[in-house]
Design a protein around this ligand. Structure first.
Ligand SMILES: CC(C)(COP(=O)(O)OP(=O)(O)OC[C@H]1O[C@@H](n2cnc3c(N)ncnc32)[C@H](O)[C@@H]1OP(=O)(O)O)[C@@H](O)C(=O)NCCC(=O)NCCS
Length: 139
């Protein structure tokens, strides 16, 4: 199996460039807008959760489930047509859990500027076939 590159997210948040590994890249579509015409926060959180899960699965090489989403900060709105990317890095591996910092960045459709729009901490638990917590296999 390929070796997993771990990005430790211990440094202060920099609004200048993304930290961590690129885990999701997509385009913000009109179907996911709120009544203002901007993107739903819930859509963005689900992208970040998926991105964090991809990262956690690569660390644990097991089934995982989300147990907690903390410290979500919505800094700027996302607009239709923006290219949204999620970047993930490891904060901590516990006994059965993995805590990951996820940043979401938007590349504006108008102007191409890269903006840190949201960040948060996502915790996943490694689970067995019955959905019970199991120790994380460290790679
Ligand atoms: C996740 C789940 C399997 C954990 O089961 P549990 O019996 O509560 O397990 P534990 O109490 O042993 O906790 C497991 C780990 O999660 C951590 N944890 C539990 N609650 C937490 C919380 N609120 N925040 C952060 N970590 C938490 C524990 O500290 C433990 O980590 P560690 O082993 O590294 O020390 C269970 O709660 C579950 O199935 N939840 C639903 C998950 C789900 O459906 N997610 C998708 C939402 S749509």
């Amino acid at each position: 199996m390929a070796e997993v590159k771990i990005h430790h997210m211990t440094e202060p948040v920099s609004p200048v460039e993304p930290r961590g590994e690129l885990v999701i890249r997509t385009i913000a579509m009109p179907a996911d807008t709120n009544s203002n015409g901007d993107m739903f926060g819930g859509w963005l959180v689900s992208q970040m959760d998926l991105g964090g899960a991809i990262y956690a699965r690569n660390v644990s090489r097991s089934r995982i489930t989300t147990v907690a989403i903390d410290a979500m900060i919505f800094i700027h709105p996302v607009f239709v047509g923006d290219i949204v990317s999620c970047h993930a890095g490891l904060l901590k591996i516990g006994r059965t859990s993995i805590r990951i910092e996820v940043e979401a960045w938007a590349q504006r459709a108008k102007g191409g500027e890269h903006v840190l729009v949201t960040r948060g901490t996502f915790t996943y638990v490694s689970i067995d076939d019955a959905g019970r917590p199991q120790p994380v296999h460290r790679n």
